[in-house]
Ligand binder design. Structure first.
Ligand code: ZN
Length: 486
């Protein structure tokens, strides 16, 4: 494995740049995680899958990656919606944190090194805000503490806003706002009378601070957690494109004002997911939940769908696109099935002939085109083309008696590339010899029960196997079984 050849598109410089971490061989990476106020939706997961792809690719290239993804469990939306649900905010956000983690696992997204929760870092946030006040970059107002954006000369550079003439006197209390509202933003918000009321018997809603009871603004959360876990300068900060302004713009202003150092070396932003050509939103009624997709399609098809398009290009969720992803993913997986079956077949071909050499050459060729595509700002679309070409070459070779040693080499390479994409990690197709023997023993036991007309116990064995994903089929030759792919 070699490092130092991957190019990444950096939003700050608006150009592809050779990726080189501050410390050779080690990468400090942060991706903005979810605000846990609802079940995860498929739009959020485009950005999580893309961050995972970046992390996997850097690991493939031999880097040691420390990856942090936060969980926002206190902000305007968690307060608002936990009240609507009449549920204590802590339980409310914990429930949706679990549902987010389940989503990660379902999509084979490697767990981050840590998923810090904002409410665990309140003291550090208060200290951070105090230091900004001491530097004259923040001020106390009647409803909270605000960052004075006129004190940070580069404000807005990330999104390319020209603010050289702007003089702001307005303040923005909301966590989320659009480009028309270039205003001082809240670092700390004093609790409203309503929130104070709730907080009396609800922990996780208001904290004591030098400015009275309140809670942090959304943007300060990421600045504080990145600094605590990764230090003053990150190699990579990733997130959805909608975070460029105001969220990341504000993170930069806070962090660089405090440390006087560069906050982030490479900014990676992931394009929005569209649904049938439109932006997904609850109000448009075109909202598609994560579980809805997984009820219809396999997790690998879902992941394939995201990876099939470069992360900075438009991607549209449609049933046709998902069906096509399902078909293409199956074709790639079929090659894995063939390769595995070959390893169980008898040894006949032990030669390194022309066909073998041709296969090994092709595998090598497609491996390097895959790597070149991924090194070019994670062009997973083109990389997947190479993978299909490799799969075709392997399938072709396996039509005649294969040499196991040669197929093993092809299999290793094919596997390592699928691994870099995070595909087919939970294949349930294979079982080892002992597992097969145990399943066979249980099937014999079930058949014994049936002979004795003890149908209850027979059904019991069957349903317990089913719950493990092992399905039985009775036919004229006896009972066959298979492990279902989830
Ligand atoms: Zn963030």
């Amino acid at each position: 494995m070699t490092t130092g050849q991957t190019q990444l598109f950096d939003t700050m410089t608006r150009s592809k740049r050779l990726f080189e971490p501050l410390e050779p061989g080690k990468v400090k990476m942060y991706a903005c995680g979810p605000t846990v106020y609802g079940d995860p939706h498929i739009g959020n997961f485009r950005s999580f899958v893309s961050a995972d792809l970046l992390r996997r690719w850097l690991e493939y290239r031999g880097y040691e990656v420390t990856m942090i993804m936060n969980v926002t469990d206190i902000d305007d939306k968690t307060i608002r919606d936990s009240a609507k649900a009449r549920e204590p905010i802590k339980e409310f956000t914990q429930r949706y944190t679990r549902s987010f983690l389940r989503g990660l696992d379902a999509l084979n997204i490697r767990r981050a090194t840590a998923n810090p929760r904002a409410t665990e870092y309140i003291q550090q946030m208060i200290t951070f805000i105090q230091a900004l006040i001491e530097r004259g970059a923040a001020y106390v107002a009647e409803d909270g503490v605000y960052f004075d954006i006129d004190k940070y000369p580069d404000y807005g550079r990330l999104s390319g806003m020209d603010l050289t003439q702007a003089q702001t006197t307005e303040r923005m209390a909301k966590d989320e706002y659009d480009k028309e509202s270039v205003e001082d933003f809240a670092l700390w918000k004093k609790s409203t009378p309503e929130e104070l009321n709730r907080s009396e018997n609800e922990p996780g809603l208001a904290w004591d601070s030098p400015w009275g009871k309140g809670r942090p603004g959304w943007h300060i959360e990421c600045s504080v957690m990145t600094r605590d876990l990764l230090g003053d300068t990150l190699d990579i900060h990733a997130g959805g494109e909608d975070l460029v302004f105001p969220h990341h713009t504000n993170e930069i202003a806070q962090s660089e004002t405090l440390t006087g150092k560069q906050f982030v070396r490479y900014w990676v932003h992931i394009r929005h997911l569209m649904i049938n050509g439109k932006k997904m939103s609850k109000s448009l009624g075109n909202y598609v939940s994560f579980d809805e997709v997984l009820a219809k399609y396999s997790a690998d098809a879902f992941r394939y769908f995201y990876l099939g398009t470069h992360y900075r290009r438009p991607l549209d969720y449609t049933d046709d696109a998902m069906k096509s992803a399902e078909g293409s993913a199956k074709r790639l997986e079929n090659t894995l099935d063939l390769l595995e079956a070959t390893q169980k077949a008898p040894d006949i071909n032990l030669d390194l002939g022309l066909r073998e050499r041709k296969l090994l050459d092709e595998v090598e060729k497609y491996r390097s085109s895959f790597e070149a595509a991924m090194d070019d700002d994670l062009d997973s679309h083109t990389a997947i083309d190479s993978l299909h070409a490799m799969s075709g070459a392997i399938n072709e070779y396996l039509t005649t008696t294969p040499n196991k040693g040669v197929t093993l080499r092809a299999q290793r390479t094919y596997h390592s590339l699928l691994d870099a994409l995070g595909l087919f990690e939970k294949r349930g197709g294979g079982a080892d010899k002992l597992t097969e023997d145990i399943i066979r023993t249980l099937i014999d036991l079930r058949n014994q029960y049936r002979k004795e007309k003890n149908y209850k116990s027979a059904d019991d064995v069957r349903s317990r196997l089913t719950s493990l994903g092992i399905t039985l089929a009775d036919n004229a030759e006896g009972t066959s079984w298979k492990i279902e792919r989830k």
